[in-house]
Design a protein around this ligand. Structure first.
Ligand SMILES: [Zn+2]
Length: 79
C-alpha cells in the first residue's frame, strides 16, 4: 500500500492542516469527519498554502520516525 504525507508547497513543512466539516454521530458519540475542503493552511508559513502529496514508503517512514525519537530537530524538512 502506498502511503502519502502532505507538505506545504512553499516551505516543505509537514505542519499543515485543511479546512473540514464534522458532523455529530449519535451512535459513536463523537464528531465524524464529513467533508475535507481544498483550502490548506501551513502553521510554519502562518497562512493559506497549497499542499503537496508526497509518496513515501513504509521503511523510510519508520526510519524517519526513529530519527525523530532521538531528538533530531526538524529532520527531513526542506527549507
Ligand atoms: Zn509552509
Amino acid at each position: 500500500m502506498t502511503i502519502y504525507k502532505y507538505v506545504c508547497s512553499i516551505c516543505g513543512s509537514e505542519n499543515v492542516r485543511r479546512d473540514a466539516w464534522a458532523t455529530w454521530d449519535v451512535e459513536t458519540q463523537s464528531w465524524e469527519l464529513a467533508t475535507v475542503f481544498q483550502a490548506g493552511f501551513c502553521d510554519d508559513c502562518g497562512g493559506i498554502a497549497s499542499l503537496d502529496a508526497i509518496k513515501i514508503d513504509r521503511m523510510k517512514a519508520r526510519s524517519s520516525a526513529a530519527v525523530d525519537s532521538f531528538g533530531a530537530n526538524g529532520g527531513g524538512r526542506i527549507f
